[in-house]
Design a protein around this ligand. Sequence first.
Ligand code: FMN
Length: 365
Amino acid sequence: MCPHRLSPFFTLPNPWYKRMMHHFWQEIKRPLIGLSPMDGVTDPAFRRIAALHGKPDLIITEFTSADGICHGAERELSGLRFDEIERPVVAQIYGADPALFFKVAQLVCELGFDGLDINMGCPAKKVSSNGCGAGLITDPARAQAIIRSAKEGIKQWADGAPLSALNLHPKIVAWAAKQKGKPFRRIIPVSVKTRLGTNRIVIREWVQHLLDANPAAISIHGRTLSQGYSGSANWEAIYEAASIARGSGTLILGNGDIATLEEAHQKIRQGGVDGVLIGRSALGNPWIFQNLYPSYDERIKVALEHAAIFQEINGRYFSGMRKHLGWYCRGFQGASKLRAQLVRVKDLEETKELLLPYLSEVASL
Ligand SMILES: Cc1cc2nc3c(=O)[nH]c(=O)nc-3n(C[C@H](O)[C@H](O)[C@H](O)COP(=O)(O)O)c2cc1C
């Protein structure tokens, strides 16, 4: 549990102290190594597994649409469930309308998240061409307005504004009311995750625009929008951003192509970033944050544990688990045949039938 949640000021009536309290970015261990948000991957089940077996310093949800939430799409909300073990845990939201961020920021507070991250890096056409995600890099004024609006929403929530005043869709209000506990009203920090530019690298100007809105942290994936995931991440450009931000109070996290924990530390040493985020190398590999290389048996056990949590959370909608199973089984003998079977499993029972025979103690019975 974060120390600020145990503040002795807990019962003071005035709102001023809520602004004085430290937020998690100020208290987090540095340099930090966090789990990068990944749509369809860093869902509640995977985040819990990552927290249990990898213990990254920070966990961020997959991105969630501000429009979707405000229009009552309950599906959007399923990714915003979290377990206490994930803390510090940050909700990532995307959108283009500052007014919606004012509302959604308050919902994020009400759900008890430690922070709100705004996605300004997604390259997907359906996101960026609507002015969301990496599309915001070409509209710095809007990007700043979004950050400020989210902060204002959070401030008003900390001062006691009720969710009912926001005219959120009734389904969303009902869903939020069902979530466990009522968090202490306090200011939570706003951060941004972005890229180096759209068609070309503009990180110098772009990071300055972001700093003007004073986010708590900026995570930078070292590619442009048009690069997608091609080529390799440009860490020199990330380090340049870090040098511009130095002394501003905003942390800079680098991101892109980190394959091992050693590499993460090497990237941190090279360029004065406050930390890094690891994404794809954590697929089927929550142990990366601990520098562990588990045996096949351990991987199968955790794959089954993951499948059990996934089923507990999602019930009969098990298909989202299949890709994770394939990732855990990379490198197994007969892996391609096994993966071809795993992409069809319907539930935990079928997963056990396929994977248990691979456990050495079962095989040797
Ligand atoms: C499947 C997938 C989904 C992603 N979804 C998101 C997302 O929801 N929000 C986000 O900010 N970045 C998203 N990303 C980008 C990653 O967070 C990260 O920036 C990128 O993969 C580079 O880091 P890596 O080389 O360590 O994977 C996604 C990446 C992948 C591969």
